[in-house]
Design a protein around this ligand. Structure first.
Ligand SMILES: Nc1ncnc2c1ncn2[C@@H]1O[C@H](COP(=O)(O)OP(=O)(O)OP(=O)(O)O)[C@@H](O)[C@H]1O
Ligand SMILES: CC(=O)N[C@H]1[C@@H]2OC[C@@H](O2)[C@@H](O)[C@@H]1O[C@H](C)C(=O)O
Length: 375
């Protein structure tokens, strides 16, 4: 059957819509990507989301209205991907929508409740597309004691488990995160953790030195030299010595971290880029090494997979592993999360669980998602 998966991530670049053919359930799910588009957010849409993301500027009225406005944007993205594929949205069996995360509190501060909030109203999507919509994939895991994230490991298990190779899925977004899938893994064998900085420090240095958003193609890093003494010092960050499960974010490796590095060490701009890229590469490899027997395939996705300097440094640091990109396996890095939503939605509609308790910390497998039926 045909389905569309929708994803809108932390970078707020737009709505990813993946049209797939999906059949079977659980381990026997098969998915083929038919069409993938990203519908960029306009500057006004992005500003509106950013306003509601920050406690200082958000309002109840703004949140209420954003929920429906995003529902409309998501519904339109479904129509757009169907149009490009030459099918009617009524040919879809379902739409699986992640929504836009506005807030995520897996550990609540004093006086608050553990909670998570993804906006993009499912009823609005259903009315626009005339299709059943599965949404709100994180709440149930959270209610069952989990962190409500990560939720992609289930689809990684379905799509990447292998009898031939141990595999590690390494996503390199702002932060790096890994899912370990040993050879012939069962679902209970999976685990996932954050490795440390992904592109966050690299991007920050690029903005600082070159007024560029990121090191396109890793060109600055390739033109510089890694300062081994500085690299060595940076790898002493206490996060790297922690045992998984562990998660991190902007709090540890964001703007302030990079600003403090720039104060402590004086390097030429390109040498800084080379050293920060080596930090990402070596911290990833050191983090996954204990779980990577010889012959492990380290499959890199996320924006970092478009940085060849980073990939080269990772391969050099991991001679016993094979560093591959999603594309080298015939997959698409940019479509991966939207495709994952269709696998989760398919499980929901079959009344089957799709959280991975060993990755989220939930007390048990639960059925994720809420269903809004068209008819
Ligand atoms: N051509 C490229 N060359 C080098 N780096 C790139 C390239 N394209 C993307 N990137 C890097 O990837 C980053 C975006 O990655 P991605 O879209 O996976 O992150 P995200 O979705 O914002 O993060 P997260 O997964 O943490 O939500 C950019 O900020 C940049 O550092
Ligand atoms: C709460 C939330 O939206 N988390 C996102 C975010 O973006 C990347 C990382 O942080 C990941 O934990 C998650 O998304 C993916 C799809 C996940 O849950 O697996």
């Amino acid at each position: 059957m045909l389905a569309v998966g929708l994803m809108s991530g932390t970078s707020l670049d737009g709505v990813d819509a993946a049209l797939v053919e999906i059949s079977g359930v659980s381990e026997n799910t098969t998915v083929t990507l038919k069409k993938f588009i990203t519908v960029p957010f306009t500057a006004a849409q992005k500003a509106r989301i950013q306003k509601e993301l920050a406690n200082a500027t958000s309002s109840v009225e703004g949140l209420c209205s954003l929920d429906f406005a995003l529902g409309e944007a998501f519904g339109r993205a479904v129509l757009a991907v169907c149009r490009e594929a030459g099918i009617a949205s009524t040919a879809l069996a379902f739409v699986a929508s992640h929504g836009q995360t506005l807030y995520h509190l897996p550990v609540a501060p004093a006086g608050e409740a553990r909670s998570t909030m993804q906006l993009g109203n499912a009823a609005v999507i259903t009315e626009i597309t005339h299709t059943t919509v599965v949404s709100d994939f994180r709440s149930r895991d959270l209610a069952a004691g989990g962190q409500g994230a990560p939720i992609v490991p289930y689809s990684e298990y379905v799509l990447y488990r292998s009898a031939a190779h141990p595999r590690i899925l390494q996503n390199i977004g702002g932060i790096g995160n890994a899912t370990v899938i040993k050879q012939n893994a069962r679902l209970e064998d999976l685990f996932a953790f954050d490795t440390g900085p992904g592109n966050m420090v690299i991007d920050e240095l690029c903005r600082h030195f070159f007024h560029e958003e990121y090191d396109a193609g890793g060109k600055h890093a390739a033109a510089g030299h890694v300062n081994q003494a500085v690299l060595h010092a940076l790898l002493k960050h206490p996060y790297f010595a922690k045992q998984p499960p562990k998660t991190t974010g902007r709090e540890l490796f964001g703007k302030q971290y990079t600003a403090s590095l720039l104060k402590q060490y004086a390097l030429a701009p390109n040498d800084w880029l080379a050293t920060a890229t080596a930090l990402t590469a070596q911290s990833i490899i050191a983090a996954v090494r204990p779980f990577a027997p010889a012959g492990t395939q380290l499959i890199v996705g996320g924006g970092g997979s478009y940085n060849p300097t980073l990939l080269k440094m990772m391969q050099a640091a991991a001679p016993t592993m094979e560093v591959l990109t999603q594309e080298e396996l015939g997959m698409r890095s940019d479509a991966k999360e939207a495709i994952a939503m269709t696998i989760l939605g398919n499980q929901t509609l079959h009344h089957l669980p799709s959280n991975v308790p060993s990755a989220t910390g939930a007390s048990r497998p639960v059925i994720l998602g809420s269903v809004t039926y068209y008819d």
